[in-house]
Design a protein around this ligand. Structure first.
Ligand code: SF4
Length: 78
């Protein structure tokens, strides 16, 4: 499973980071980005900053995508 965030739609509420802090993080710009192996994929973000999700975190990532008020977390099932 892979995941990315469309930062143009992110409201910066931080819900994703609360649900899955190993995968999502808020940066100083007030927007959420995905992480892969603790590396933040913010240059660039968006669809080009797509992170592989460890299998034990897949449920949390799906929950975050469902709860995200901006509907801007995109999960791609591989
Ligand atoms: S839950 Fe969605 S809108 Fe909220 S910070 Fe995360 S990506 Fe942004």
């Amino acid at each position: 499973m892979k995941v990315w965030i469309d930062q143009d739609l992110c409201t910066g509420d931080g819900l994703c980071e609360e649900i899955a802090p190993a995968v999502f993080t808020l940066l100083d710009d007030g927007l959420a980005y995905v992480k892969e192996d603790d590396k933040v994929l913010n240059e660039p973000g968006g669809a080009e900053g797509m992170a592989a999700v460890p299998s034990d975190l897949e449920d949390a990532v799906v929950e975050a995508a469902e709860e995200c008020p901006g509907e801007c977390i995109f999960v791609e099932k591989a």
